[in-house]
Design a protein around this ligand. Structure first.
Ligand code: NAD
Length: 296
């Protein structure tokens, strides 16, 4: 119901929190995330201009009177595009939407002397709305200048969470890099084993079907984006490598037929999860129920 009410609000438009805002330029505005922000900003009464690959010859005039410039280009081009921006008005807010935060934020701080804000929308553009989604923000410079924009994002229904760029990137190593890589490896394995997906699904419990859906959906998305996310930092690779090592150690237990040590490790993890294990059990049970109810 919540989702529907936000969805219908989208058509009617949103409250304009900063009516005095000058035009907003979205660099990479013709991409998936750029379009979503264009739509949300337009529905909120702001004037939006797009600066995509073909518009660089007009870049200086597009940004000359801009109140805010939002960079939304592929991750591997983000720093380069920030460096390439023409001089922005002193009071212009420079924002990026990149899934990685430290390097783009540093690049924005170096490229512009005015207000700087790092944002990471923690969802794919296929969500179509920001309702109940999380947006992480990293302060760059002159936060008083962009409070209205953070509030505007809340008007769109999102939940904001602040973090330093370092904290963000450390947590994303788990939430994105390790997780997406493990998903990729699982998908790779299924394909190399050439399993019969149809049969696998026919024999699946709802939870396995859901797991398979979580894996399969990765491959409906942009390979470049995931390559960029996973390889965005040597820390990510180091984390994945530690996972690989632990995987191997756990496998060695199996090869030794060492159930006692498997059970001991299991109990250790159980203790570590603590009350969360029970919470997750309850939460996933209700998720599975509704997933099962929604299946045609
Ligand atoms: P996309 O590939 O759909 O869009 C990128 C756009 O940038 C394209 O329109 C492309 O033409 C344009 N572009 C490329 N080079 C350019 C240049 N030199 N100058 C101007 N424009 C250029 O990518 P996307 O999924 O919209 O991602 C954009 C940003 O959003 C990335 O920083 C990404 O990390 C972030 N993001 C994406 C997702 C997601 O799930 N797609 C989620 C969170 C954050």
């Amino acid at each position: 119901v919540m989702r529907e009410s936000y969805a219908s609000e989208n058509d009617k438009g949103f409250k304009t929190l900063n009516p005095a805002m000058r035009p907003i330029v979205i660099v990479g505005g013709k991409g998936k995330m750029g379009r979503l922000f264009e739509r949300m900003l337009t529905l909120s009464g702001y004037q939006v201009r797009l600066l995509d690959k073909e518009e660089w010859d007009q870049a200086a005039s597009l940004v000359s009177d801009a109140g805010m410039v939002i960079v939304s280009v592929p991750i591997h081009l983000t720093e380069q595009v920030i460096q390439q921006l023409p001089t922005l008005p002193d009071d212009c807010i420079l924002v990026d939407l990149c899934s990685v935060k430290k390097a783009p934020l540093d690049a924005m701080m170096a490229a512009h002397n005015g207000p700087v804000l790092g944002l990471h929308p923690m969802f794919g553009p296929d969500s179509g709305s920001l309702a109940k989604q999380v947006v992480v923000w990293c302060d760059g410079r002159s936060p008083e200048a962009y409070q209205w924009f953070l509030q505007q994002i809340e008007v769109w229904g999102a939940r904001l969470h602040s973090a330093t760029a370092e904290e963000h990137d450390q947590n994303m190593a788990f939430i994105q890099a390790l997780r997406h890589f493990a998903t990729f490896a699982y998908g790779l394995h299924l394909s190399e084993e050439n399993v019969d997906l149809k049969q696998l699904l026919a024999l699946s419990s709802p939870i396995y079907r859901l797991e398979l859906a979580m894996v399969g959906r990765l491959f409906a998305q942009d390979a470049q984006l995931y390559a960029d996310i996973i390889m965005s930092s040597p820390n990510n690779i180091a984390l994945i490598k530690r996972y690989y090592t632990r995987f191997g150690e756990a496998l060695a237990q199996l090869e030794r037929g060492d159930k006692a040590s498997f059970i001991k490790s299991f109990a250790g993890v159980q203790t570590w999860f603590g009350d969360y294990a029970k919470t997750f059990m309850t939460e996933s049970r209700s998720l599975l129920r509704s997933a099962n109810d929604n299946r045609k």
